[in-house]
Design a binder for this molecule. Structure first.
Ligand code: TEU
Length: 556
């Protein structure tokens, strides 16, 4: 591992600026708010911050619809604020990673505004235009946010492709001018001293040569990990990432292990690491997101096994449960009432002891929960409101109350509620009216309480961040699932030439007994979520209490 590979032992913290901290009374977070919390983040011990998009944007998709890649959205502050953040973060040894969204732009981007309605525009070919087929959209592909993925330009009678909202037009990466623009954008931010980039849906950039109907799906098989995805990434990487030594994490939608081995190969020709989402589909009934289902524990473990063993020595993955698109893990896989703190810690340990780079999403470090909204009026996310409209009003496939149950489990707004800083009005997030309602539990679940309690989830995260830096086997060890068929315990081993590490997690509220043959070994506990576990020799027959986890280090 070289110095430039600092990220292999690092932990990255994701900030969703709109919901992090409002320095005034706008009801939305901003850059000065982030600056005011850097000491808190330093105390947690994270190495880098990933900021979701803060560029100029109409905010149809909260910044993932960029209208100008070179300027800061005034809702968040100014470029001077951003420069200050960079400097303040650097002075605390915290790096900054920017989100880059280049699969699509906002339809408010000047390229699109010029291209729309004008076949002669120099920017027309920056986007993907097709003639109607039989008077209708060119293909039956579905937008990820519901509905057909093509929108009509009435003036020219051609459709443009939008894999996400109709206000997010897909860029045409076949056009070398588009690739040049992307290199220029990324260079601009790298020149500013940014340490890295998170690349939004980057495995969707290469579209097929032919656009045809998908008779068996929503079209994703034609454009996911498309024909030139690797080639384009190599081109950008050589021109920018390698030149600046940037860390890069690609968000890979519906990808495969084979492709991810290539995207994150150790020769460094494409990206540093990948996010994949297969483990977060363990609670999708028949692979469908908009359903309500308990999670399939055995499949969850087998997915981790597939990725941990498959990337080992070949590529590198991000480790995470939460982000701004996913519900809160403590509500999703843990217990957000009686066992909130225990299950939040257990879940943290279960991914942080694996190989990869862990990501903590704001609020996860204090065990924030889903808000459990009861009315559609409380939701703001366009995906949630679109799906509600489609399923309840148009298709009538579910009742309103069924849909509210589904949203309570699946909506992206579950993670976007404002950060809970203290027990004051609006959880200390804003002096104004928050843009999205705060969860009712903020007087109990907040950062101030967590920092004042030595046994809190916060200090558990602080400890696991530290362990990764001290205990090499966490970074390098091979992964082996010791109990793939166990219905309640997730127990895996990591092994290097000098150490073994055994991490055992009870994912449920019943007690479970477990027998690990450790007789005669040089053994010590390095982590546990029940305070009474003695950090000495573990017993052979252990009882794991509800949501208990223990991590044992064995010197070989
Ligand atoms: O998300 C990509 C993506 O496909 C999902 O996580 C998506 O939200 C989900 O599958 C829908 O069911 C990225 C961003 O993280 C997300 O916030 C953006 O909305 C999206 O790209 C478009 O830029």
């Amino acid at each position: 591992m070289t110095n430039s590979e600092w990220w292999r032992t690092a932990t990255i913290y994701q900030i969703y600026p709109k919901s992090f901290c409002d320095s005034g009374n706008k009801g939305t977070g901003d850059i000065q708010g982030i600056i005011s919390k850097l000491d808190y983040l330093k105390k947690l011990g994270v190495d880098a911050l990933w900021l979701t998009p803060i560029y100029q944007s109409p905010m149809i998709d909260n910044g993932y619809d960029i209208a100008d890649y070179y300027s800061i959205n005034p809702d968040f502050g100014t470029m001077a604020d951003f420069d200050e953040l960079l400097e303040e973060a650097k002075s605390r040894n915290i790096r900054i990673i920017m989100d880059i969204v280049v699969n699509h732009t906002s339809t408010e981007h000047h390229w699109f505004k010029s291209a729309l309605g004008n076949k002669g525009s120099e920017y027309r070919d920056y986007y993907i235009w097709k003639d109607p087929v039989d008077g209708k959209a060119p293909t039956n592909w579905q937008s990820k946010f519901g509905g057909n993925a093509w929108a009509l330009d009435e003036v020219t009678n051609q459709y443009y492709l939008h894999l996400f909202a109709k206000e997010q037009a897909d860029l045409n990466w076949e056009n070398s001018k588009v690739r040049k623009e992307v290199k220029d954008i990324i260079s601009f931010w790298a020149e500013k001293g940014i340490d890295g980039f998170r690349l939004d849906v980057i495995n969707l950039i290469s579209k097929p040569n032919e656009f045809i109907n998908d008779e068996s799906g929503d079209g994703r098989r034609f454009y996911t990990d498309g024909p030139k995805a690797h080639q384009y990434l190599q081109e950008i990487s050589e021109a920018v990432f390698q030149k600046y030594g940037s860390v890069t994490v690609g968000e890979m939608s519906s990808t495969t292990l084979d492709h991810c081995q290539k995207y994150s190969a150790q020769d460094g020709k494409e990206l540093s690491m990948v996010f994949n989402f297969h483990h977060l589909k363990a609670d999708y009934k028949n692979g469908e997101k908009w359903t309500k289902a308990p999670f399939d524990f055995l499949s969850l473990k087998s997915i981790f096994n597939h990725w941990q063993t498959g990337l080992n020595g070949k590529g590198w993955g991000a480790l995470f449960w939460c982000n701004h698109d996913q519900p809160r893990v403590v509500s999703r896989l843990g217990n957000d009432e009686e066992y909130r703190e225990l299950s939040a810690k257990m879940l943290a340990s279960s991914v942080h002891m694996m190989q990869g780079t862990p990501y903590i999403y704001q609020g996860e470090e204090i065990g924030m929960t889903n808000p459990h909204y009861t009315s559609i009026d409380q939701y703001r996310d366009l995906e949630s409101t679109n799906m509600f409209d489609i399923m309840v009003n148009q298709e009538k496939s579910v009742s309103e109350s069924e849909m509210l149950d589904i949203l309570d489990q699946k909506s992206r707004d579950n993670s976007r509620t404002p950060m809970q800083w203290n027990g004051n009005d609006n959880a200390g997030f804003t002096l104004g009216t928050p843009w999205l309602s705060i969860a009712n539990n903020y007087q109990d679940v907040n950062a101030e309480n967590a920092v004042n309690d030595k046994n809190s989830v916060f200090y558990f995260y602080q400890k696991i961040i530290q362990l990764r830096k001290e205990i090499e086997v966490i970074t390098s060890g091979d992964y082996y699932d010791l109990m793939p068929e166990h219905k309640a315990l997730f127990c895996y081993q990591r092994e290097s030439s000098t150490h073994r590490l055994i991490a055992v997690h009870n994912f449920y509220a019943n007690e479970e007994s477990v027998s690990l043959d450790l007789k005669g070994e040089d053994v010590r506990y390095i982590l546990a979520n029940y305070g009474d576990v003695e950090f000495t020799q573990p017993q052979e027959g252990m009882i794991l209490r509800p949501y208990e986890c223990r991590v044992i280090l064995i010197q070989k």
